[in-house]
Each structure stands twice: as structure tokens, then as C-alpha cells.
Ligand binder design. Structure first.
Ligand code: NAP
Ligand code: MG
Length: 496
């Protein structure tokens, strides 16, 4: 019998769902059920929001350093359980153990960073224009925060949102992705074990329309933090706009790596392989376009195809595997459709892969060959559209200026990278690339939590996760004026 997991509402685990159950399957072995989860709806959303609202009244009064200590303990527990968490994550979403260990580590890093914010959360203290008067600003919690998360970083993304929100004094209702609820359930257990009071962190499992949408609509939810696709993000933005809620959106990407003619080609090759095929290309920051200077293109493509063809695709729990499965059948179908489109597009050449792997070790899961298209131009759909799989489009350019023009030809603006030994070009690229993240001589993936994470253009709506910048999402500023003159002093008027 597969293990049954519950929703977490006001400190109680409830396995019953008002809409039945949902099965969480292993994408490397579709017959393996990782767990059975409640399929929930508006009833559970209402119960969780009401528990979170009640808990907020006490939690907001707990001193921030104390709140930080609880998050620190959650980080310590994640260190203790790291291996178990990584294995669970690999079983529920497929990526290889090295990567799920990294995903858990990102949660640990966030816990320790945000625990420290409990003792910082800096505001400003400023001089006032009138005598015997002082001014300062403080951060205050927003209230009940709703969180809607994707399946590709089942631990990192929920912790990026929940840990700062909790340290700031908010309470949380989270809806995990249908493909990966188990990791978030473990996070809930860890927060409980760390001593978080009941009702501060609530989990409601279920579908986007059944749970995510009513969570956004609920009048007592003051803020929504969403990571996922651009389509769903746009719907959420409309609801939050209409209801005047704070909303942060982290959405799609079509990230590119540039390799200039003066680059260290071996280094750039390692970057391209890791950026394009890590997590089977299912990262928001994955390299999905490779922009090569014409002078090195032929040589680099030969190197790339040779190395990519050697990547071992398989079950992420096997230590020898370098690339795990695609998350589910419908994602597989979507990627295969893009491969079909790429094959039909003018002048694009399928240089490697393109086929689903269905035999032997691959028979039970959703496996795809690492895929490379060469001869791609900015007139093609595989140049513009997010594929979210191990499919790399290679574009050739004649100059640095053309490389910058191509990289910026995107509706998205999350991550970017350039390999060059020319410091002037590197700094011009930092200035001119339209993206939230630029790597110099590194792949498009590899963000660290002490710098802001997020994108421009179609990727985001101006908010950032990670670093102290995330606090802007989970707090409201209050400006405080203390007048100790004992008389009415009129700002801008009594200034003589
Ligand atoms: P998705 O379909 O947008 O799902 C994301 C979350 O939204 C899931 O929990 C989903 O629930 C929920 N959802 C779906 N419809 C909803 C609705 N109408 N109202 C409220 N919630 C709804 O995205 P995905 O396919 O899981 O993830 C891949 C996408 O996420 C890619 O586009 C990728 O670029 C993006 N992503 C971006 C970042 C970033 O930081 N920029 C990071 C990771 C991923 P269900 O799971 O139940 O459908
Ligand atoms: Mg799953």
C-alpha cells in the first residue's frame, strides 16, 4: 500500500480530501506510487486560511529573533534529514540525487540566511526637518500569505517563500505542485518539529484550479507568491490586481549562453552541458539557446554533440545517471511536439537526439534523449518559446553586438551567460543583457541565495526572491514620526 499523506491545517494532518485523492507517481517508474494525497478544494482552502488568520494574531507578536531561531532549527533538521529528503525528491520528480541534494541545500542556506534576518530586517532612521522630532521606518508583516509552487524545485522554492515570510511574522498557506507534494509535506513536518506554532504553516494539496485559484481569491489572503508558468502567472496577476493584493510572480525563461571567439572552449562546453541538460532542462534558468561566434561554432558544435551524446539518461537514484526523466507524460508530449516543430522549421537541423527512450531501463519512465538543434535563427519558434526540456537551440552570430541583439530577442529575461576572456566585453554584456541574472564564464544555472533571484520582461513582475530583497514582498513599511517637542509642529510649514 502506498503511503497516505495529509493536508496540514491549523497543526492537524488530515488525509481526507473533499474531492477524493491524488496519486503522486515516480517519473522514472510510472508504476511506483510515491504517495496518496488529498485532492482538496475550496473547503480546505477556507479552513487553512482561517487557521492561518488565527495563528497570525499571536505569531506577529513573537519577537523576530525568536521567529528566526525556529527557522534556524528547521535548517538544522534539514541538514539531519538531507539524504532522506533528497531521495524522496528524486522519487517524486526525477532529477538526479546530486541535484536534489543541492535543492535541499538551497533550503538549508535560506533557513540560515533568513534566521539572521530575524536580527536585522533593517529600516531607516533619518533626521527630521523640525526640532525635537525623530523619524524611522520599520517592516511589518503583511498577514496571511498564499504560496503556489512548481514541481521542478520542490524544496528550494517553497523555502525561498515560506522562510522569509515566517521570519517577517506572516503566516502561510501553501499549495504545492500536484507532481511534488511529498517534499512540501516533509517541510511541514520539519517546521512542526522545529517548534513552529500550529496554524503558521498550512499545506493544501490539490489542483491549480481547485486549490490555487480559490486561494488567490480568498479575501483574507493578503499576498500571493507564485512561481510557475507565464500563463498561470498572468491569470493570478489579474485576480490579485482586481482584489488589490500584493503578488510576486516568477515565471518562464528562454535563457541563452553566449560563447565568444576568445572563450575557453572546454570551460564553455562544461557550462553548456550542465546548463542545457541539468535537471533534464526543466529549470527556469536552463540554457535553452546557445549563441556561438561563427569563428568557433563548427568546432564547438562538434565538441558539444560528442559530449552530449555520452550523457547517461536514467533513474536519478542510480549514482551513474547524469540526466533523469521528464516529470510526467504530458510534459513529455509537449517537448516532443517542440522537437517535431523544430524538425519542420526552415534550416534547423536536428544534430542530436530527439527521441523518447522506451526500452530496457527506460521502459517504465518518461525518458528523452538530450536533443540539439543547429542552424536555428530568430525567425523560428524553437528560438522564442520555452520548451522546458533537454532541447538546446544553437544560433550562430558574426559579432559581439549581434550576440547581444540575439540574446535580448526574447519575451523573457531570467538568466544569461557569456563566455569570453575579454574584460571589456564582459562588462558591456553585464550592462546590455536584459535579464535578472548574468553569469560571466559560468552557465545560466547556479544561483546562490544571498543575491536577488528573478527576471525582467515576461519572467517577472518586479519582485525578487532570495537575499534581503525578498523582505519587500513579505513586509509592509511603516514610517514612524516621534515628536517630543510638546507642541504642534507643522511639516513643510513651520520651518523657519
Ligand atoms: P504551472 O503549470 O504554472 O504550475 C505552477 C503552480 O501553479 C502549480 O502548483 C500549479 O498547480 C498551479 N496552478 C496551475 N493553474 C493554476 C491556477 N489557475 N490558479 C492557481 N494556481 C494554478 O507551472 P509548472 O508547469 O508546474 O512549472 C513550469 C513553469 O514554471 C515553467 O514555465 C518555468 O519556467 C516556471 N518556473 C519559473 C521559475 C522562476 O523562478 N522564474 C522557477 C521554476 C519554474 P498544479 O501542479 O496542480 O497544476
Ligand atoms: Mg511525482
Amino acid at each position: 500500500m502506498a503511503k497516505r499523506y495529509g493536508n496540514l491545517i491549523g497543526g492537524k494532518w488530515i488525509t481526507q480530501g473533499s474531492k477524493g485523492t491524488l496519486e503522486n507517481r515516480n517519473p522514472a517508474n510510472d508504476r511506483e506510487i510515491v504517495g496518496i494525497f488529498p485532492q482538496s478544494g475550496i473547503k480546505e482552502v477556507n479552513a487553512a486560511v482561517s487557521a492561518a488568520k488565527k495563528a497570525f494574531e499571536k505569531w506577529r507578536l513573537v519577537p523576530a529573533p525568536k521567529r528566526g531561531e525556529i527557522i534556524k532549527r528547521a535548517g538544522d533538521l534539514m541538514v539531519k534529514y538531507k539524504e532522506e529528503l533528497a531521495k524522496l525528491e528524486t522519487r517524486e520528480m526525477g532529477k538526479i540525487l546530486d541535484e536534489t541534494r543541492g535543492d535541499v541545500q538551497e533550503g538549508i542556506d535560506t533557513a540560515y540566511y533568513m534566521a539572521g534576518e530575524g536580527r536585522r530586517m533593517f529600516g531607516d532612521t533619518v533626521p527630521c526637518e523640525l526640532p525635537n522630532k525623530t523619524g524611522f521606518s520599520i517592516r511589518q508583516p503583511v498577514g496571511v500569505c498564499g504560496m503556489i509552487t512548481p514541481w521542478n524545485f520542490p524544496m528550494a522554492i517553497p523555502t525561498w517563500k515560506a522562510f522569509p515570510a515566517l521570519v517577517c511574522g506572516n503566516t502561510v498557506v501553501i499549495k504545492p505542485a500536484t507532481d511534488t507534494p511529498a517534499t512540501v509535506v516533509r517541510l511541514g513536518e520539519i517546521l512542526e518539529e522545529a517548534g513552529l506554532p500550529p496554524g503558521c504553516f498550512n499545506i493544501i494539496c490539490g489542483s491549480g484550479s481547485g486549490v490555487g485559484a480559490p486561494l488567490c481569491e480568498h479575501p483574507d489572503v493578503r499576498a500571493i507568491s507564485f512561481t510557475g508558468s507565464t500563463n498561470v502567472g498572468a491569470q493570478i496577476a489579474e485576480v490579485c490586481g482586481r482584489l488589490n493584493k500584493k503578488v510576486s510572480l516568477e515565471m518562464g525563461g528562454k535563457n541563452a549562453q553566449i560563447v565568444m571567439d576568445d572563450a575557453d572552449l572546454d570551460l564553455a562546453l562544461q557550462g553548456a552541458l550542465w546548463g542545457a541538460f541539468g535537471t533534464s532542462g526543466q529549470r527556469c534558468t536552463a540554457t535553452s539557446r546557445l549563441i556561438l561566434h561563427k569563428k568557433i561554432a563548427k568546432k564547438f558544435i562538434a565538441m558539444l554533440v560528442k559530449e552530449a551524446s555520452k550523457l547517461r539518461v536514467g533513474n536519478g537514484l542510480d549514482a551513474k545517471t547524469q540526466m533523469g526523466p521528464i516529470v510526467n507524460e504530458s510534459a513529455m508530449k509537449g517537448i516532443l511536439e517542440y522537437i517535431r516543430i523544430g524538425k519542420e522549421e526552415d534550416k534547423a537541423t536536428l544534430a542530436l537526439g530527439g527521441k523518447q527512450l522506451k526500452r530496457g531501463n527506460h521502459a517504465k519512465g518518461w525518458f528523452l534523449e538530450p536533443t540539439i538543434f543547429t542552424g536555428v535563427t530568430h525567425k523560428m519558434r524553437i528560438f522564442w518559446e520555452e520548451i522546458f526540456g533537454p532541447v538546446l537551440s544553437v544560433i550562430e552570430v558574426k559579432s559581439f553586438d549581434e550576440a547581444i541583439e540575439r540574446i535580448n530577442q526574447s519575451h523573457f529575461g531570467l538568466s544569461s551567460s557569456i563566455y569570453t576572456r575579454d574584460v571589456n566585453r564582459a562588462f558591456a554584456a553585464i550592462r546590455d543583457i536584459e535579464a535578472g541574472i548574468t553569469y560571466i564564464n559560468g552557465p545560466t544555472i547556479g544561483a546562490e541565495i544571498q543575491l536577488p533571484f528573478g527576471g525582467v520582461k515576461g519572467t517577472g513582475n518586479g519582485h525578487r526572491e532570495s537575499s534581503h530583497t525578498v523582505l519587500d514582498m513579505f513586509t509592509e513599511w511603516k514610517s514612524v514620526y516621534v515628536d517630543f517637542s510638546g507642541q504642534l509642529q507643522r511639516a513643510q510649514i513651520d520651518t523657519e
